[in-house]
Design a protein around this ligand. Structure first.
Ligand code: SF4
Length: 212
């Protein structure tokens, strides 16, 4: 994304209800903008010898918790088949960016971790250019976008019955110190009964459930 593209994006007031583009309500325009942004975001991800699916898998695995760094969870998050994700993971493994190991809990399950090379590459994630563009906007616009897009994502996920993949600390099954986790613990998972540290609490989880 060039500097001029960012500037044009900033200078277009999306909340102007007199805008003829909003005559049919904001829905069609929002759908069009998200579709266009999705295409641009996809184009950004043909760098460093990776394709968009490989970047998406690497990004997910860099943020996922210990229960979610499996081929099945990556497939659910990306909405693709296990066969497709297996090819993506193998390609990343062959590039030295990921490594697989058997789970201590169940040897039939393989866990996937980023290698040091993978961790170094994800710091150059091309999607950070979107973060920079949002960061160049004023605070209230950025905050309104987070709120609006989060609500939109939740509504579309519910409609599609898609897994939520929220952040652990916000999960209704996350037990905090005053909800029964062990003394001196940061938290505990109400599903597995295992202790969670502050790093676990900030990660996304395939078993996440929204509070009622
Ligand atoms: S508390 Fe929820 S989000 Fe956290 S590990 Fe357990 S199921 Fe996953």
């Amino acid at each position: 994304m060039t500097g001029s593209q960012v500037k044009n994006f900033e200078s277009k007031p999306y909340e102007n209800l007199a805008d003829p583009e909003l005559a049919g309500g904001p829905g069609p325009r929002v759908a069009e903008l998200i579709d266009r942004l999705s295409r641009l975001t996809r184009e950004l991800q043909y760098v460093d010898g990776l394709n968009p699916a490989q970047w998406e898998a690497l990004r997910f695995l860099s943020r996922a918790n210990r229960y979610s760094r499996t081929p099945g969870a990556v497939a659910q998050f990306l909405g693709c088949t296990k066969g497709t994700i297996s090819q993506t993971i193998t390609a990343l493994e062959n590039k030295g960016l990921l490594e697989r190991r058997p789970s201590n809990r169940d040897k039939r399950v393989c866990l996937i971790d980023l290698t040091e090379k993978g961790k170094a590459l994800i710091t150059r994630d091309p999607v950070r250019r979107i973060e920079q563009a949002v960061g160049a906007m004023d605070g209230p616009t950025g905050a309104a976008m987070v709120q609006g897009l989060s609500r939109l994502l939740a509504a579309v996920q519910a409609d599609a019955d898609a897994p939520l993949f929220g952040v652990c600390v916000a999960c209704c099954r996350h037990l905090s110190p005053n909800e029964g986790c062990g003394k001196g613990e940061v938290g505990r998972c109400g599903v597995t009964g295992e202790a969670l540290d502050s790093d676990d609490a900030a990660r996304i989880c395939v078993n996440y459930k929204n509070p009622e």
